[in-house]
Write a protein that binds this ligand. Structure first.
Ligand SMILES: [Ca+2]
Ligand SMILES: [Ca+2]
Length: 199
């Protein structure tokens, strides 16, 4: 795990926003070949970088939902909103968020980070951003009583997944209104050249 950088910016109208990049490199089934003097061999590497971003400005691009905007931010970094189907990844992200204090008001004021889990047909069938369904028997980490598709604020209900930091939920999953704003978000970015970082 390593922290690449922390950026802060603010304007007179927008309250401070901070993006925290950090992350977790995973080597799964990696054959650590010597890459000295050669391009790394992506076929031997399966590495991902996860970026935890603090919330964006509340008035960010209202032409799209806030969730769509978060996804576009990840795309602009070469990735997608994070898939947390792997319990180890889910746990490591929560640990990172807690250790870095990103669950506090300095990073998020609206109780959560969007992740790559949506319910596009509003029918309770959740899908990860890589297209994989949240299948029956698959790992889940929903908060008690969630997903509840609360429709008090939107007749379409809640269809966008978040790591929920309200009360003592500590990052358990929740379905949230897709246009609830502001929110933090977590990106997953391929890092196929991680093997070049090995000695
Ligand atoms: Ca729903
Ligand atoms: Ca909910």
């Amino acid at each position: 795990m390593r922290k690449d950088n922390i950026r802060k910016r603010s304007t007179s109208k927008i309250r401070p926003t901070m993006a925290v990049k950090l992350v977790l490199l995973f080597l799964s089934g990696v054959v650590l070949i010597s890459a000295k003097g050669k391009d790394c061999a992506p076929s031997f590497c399966s590495c991902k970088k996860y970026e935890v971003h603090c919330e964006m400005p509340e008035d960010a691009n209202k032409q799209m939902t806030y969730y769509e905007y978060a996804a576009a931010q990840c795309k602009s970094h070469g990735g997608v909103l994070a898939n947390l189907a792997d319990p180890d990844v889910d746990a490591m992200l929560k640990k990172f968020i807690a250790n870095e204090g990103l669950d506090g008001s300095a990073c998020i004021n609206n109780f959560g980070f969007f992740i790559g889990l949506t319910d596009p047909n509003y029918d309770g069938s959740f899908v990860w951003s890589n297209g994989n369904p949240l299948c029956q028997g698959c790992y889940t980490n929903w908060a008690p009583g969630e997903p509840n598709n609360n429709d008090k604020k939107d007749e379409n209900g809640q269809n966008c997944g978040q790591l929920w930091y309200r009360s003592n939920h500590n990052g358990l999953w929740d379905d949230e209104y897709c246009n609830e704003r502001p929110k933090g978000y977590v990106c997953e970015i391929p890092n196929n050249c991680c093997c070049s970082e090995t000695p």
